[in-house]
Design a protein around this ligand. Structure first.
Ligand SMILES: Nc1ncnc2c1ncn2[C@@H]1O[C@H](COP(=O)(O)OP(=O)(O)OP(=O)(O)O)[C@@H](O)[C@H]1O
Ligand SMILES: [Mg+2]
Length: 451
């Protein structure tokens, strides 16, 4: 199939001469004026156009030609326009380049030279198109290290881009392992603060007594053991972003201090007397239902509204249509490469298991299972047993999705607990959920800790 070339030329003898000389290499379309040129551009979508600047109704001037140039580029931004001008009109040609033409050529036309110019124009156009396609593919599947083509996750990507450039706090909510921390990093990296620190603190991982000084710092002698003055995470995040993970675990006293910061951009070190102005953007995440916590009086409503000016809700893996296989396959290849294992894919049964399993621990659980499967696999294809997803599905068939899912979750949690002799931390790790999440699940499913 020949490449398409549009020749815009009102002098029919020149047009015929060009067509005759170039027809061997290209599929040629001719237009005599601006409207027909635009029409052909829209219909045939040639990648390259030669454009005579002197077109009717003003063949002696260049304004019609320039108008055609602008309109063609706005209609097809990747089209390569080679401008053809009369002799001694080089300044028009240069002006045209300034307006987006790809190259120029002066009459009388030397066909051999023109062929070289056109050849190169087609080549550049091809490269640009390939590059754009590649970029579209990349941006479609991966965004800041996050994979996913489902509409659910694509919406998250677009929210990230929307909020990144603003200064408002963002509350990121979603089940365990859905990617909340990745979202926070993506917001930071797409913001004007990207060159400044991104500081993370997990509010549930630090005992309450230490958390205050961890967050706000302390003065020398503020409490026993405070031998030196120390800056807290807020001050470390100066000019940057502070990510408060598991915000639902914050104690009432610290909620007040955080609220004050959000209202006044000021903090006080523990044992300190003066307020310190801090310029940090706050992002917070939780897998708890904060509305419920507010009802129970555990979380301040005013803080909730301050933090959640914008809320980004992450979809669970089971809600993300089609993404689980994309993620599973990408991760399988990544880990196979890292571990130098010759694992090439999944068996049909494994694919079925991946698609039906409810993934309570979301992407983190998927990562853990695939990592382990790649290491354990003895065949080239990963089996359900390698993924430890070889439990009796048939038992749950025909029971309705919710019941089947809960049955499976219960069975899996009991299995993990038994295997780890009731050690919640280890069981949670194995299941790819956080400890609080596992507690919640156990409570919901009526599983006793003593098992
Ligand atoms: N869309 C995604 N594409 C690729 N990897 C992802 C995606 N979402 C999450 N992950 C990976 O899954 C793991 C869990 O993500 P992350 O730590 O951001 O989740 P989280 O919501 O903060 O979980 P938790 O509530 O347990 O803290 C990470 O290793 C992360 O890289
Ligand atoms: Mg997290």
């Amino acid at each position: 199939m020949k490449l398409k070339l549009l020749i815009v030329e009102d002098d029919s003898s020149i047009a015929t001469q060009m067509k005759w000389a170039l027809a061997q290499d290209y599929e040629i379309f001719l237009a005599e004026d601006r409207p027909s040129a635009l029409e052909i551009l829209g219909k045939e979508r040639p990648h390259v156009v030669t454009l005579d600047l002197g077109l009717p109704p003003y063949p002696g001037e260049v304004k019609e030609g320039f108008m055609a140039l602008t309109e063609m580029l706005s209609q097809e931004s990747l089209v390569k326009v080679v401008v053809i001008t009369g002799q001694g009109e080089k300044d028009h040609a240069l002006k045209a380049i300034g307006e987006g033409a790809y190259d120029f050529f002066c009459k009388p036309i030397q066909i051999d030279e023109l062929k070289v110019v056109l050849n190169r124009a087609f080549y550049v156009s091809q490269l640009e198109r390939e590059y754009r396609e590649l970029q579209q593919q990349l941006s479609g599947e991966s965004f800041e290290g996050m994979l996913g083509t489902s509409p659910q996750i694509q919406e998250v990507f677009s929210s990230i881009l929307k909020v990144a450039t603003t200064e408002v706090p963002v509350l990121i909510v979603g089940e365990s392992g859905t990617g909340k921390e990745l979202v926070a990093k993506a917001i930071h990296r797409n913001s004007s603060r990207r060159k400044c620190p991104f500081i993370v603190i997990n509010c549930s991982a630090i005992p309450e007594t230490l958390l205050e000084s961890e967050l706000f710092g302390h003065e020398k002698g503020a409490f026993t053991g405070a031998h030196i003055q120390r800056k807290g995470r807020f001050e470390m995040a100066q000019e940057g972003t502070l990510f408060l993970d598991e915000i639902g675990e914050l104690s009432p006293a610290l909620q007040v201090k955080l609220l004050r910061f959000l209202e006044e951009q000021k903090i006080e070190r523990v044992g300190g007397r003066e307020a310190i102005v801090v310029n940090a953007r706050v992002l917070a995440a939780t897998n708890k239902d904060l509305n419920q916590a507010i009802k129970e009086g555990k979380f301040r409503e005013d803080l909730y509204y301050r933090l959640g000016v914008v809320t980004i809700s992450l979809p669970t893996l089971r809600e993300r249509e089609g993404d689980v296989l994309l993620l599973a396959t990408t991760l399988l290849h990544r880990y196979a490469h890292e571990n130098e294992k010759k694992v090439t894919g999944f068996t049909t049964q494994a694919i079925h298991a991946i698609k039906t399993y409810p993934w309570p621990g979301n992407v983190r659980e998927l990562e853990n299972r695939i990592k382990r499967a790649v290491i354990m696999a003895e065949e080239q294809k990963v089996s359900p047993a390698d993924l430890e997803l070889d439990f009796p599905y048939s038992k749950y068939e025909g029971r309705g999705l919710k019941e089947a899912r809960e049955g499976l979750e219960k069975a899996l949690i009991q299995k993990a607990l038994a295997k780890n002799k009731g050690n919640i931390t280890k069981a949670a790790e194995e299941l790819g959920v956080s400890r609080p999440t596992l507690y919640e699940l156990m409570e919901r499913l009526g599983i006793g800790k003593e098992k």
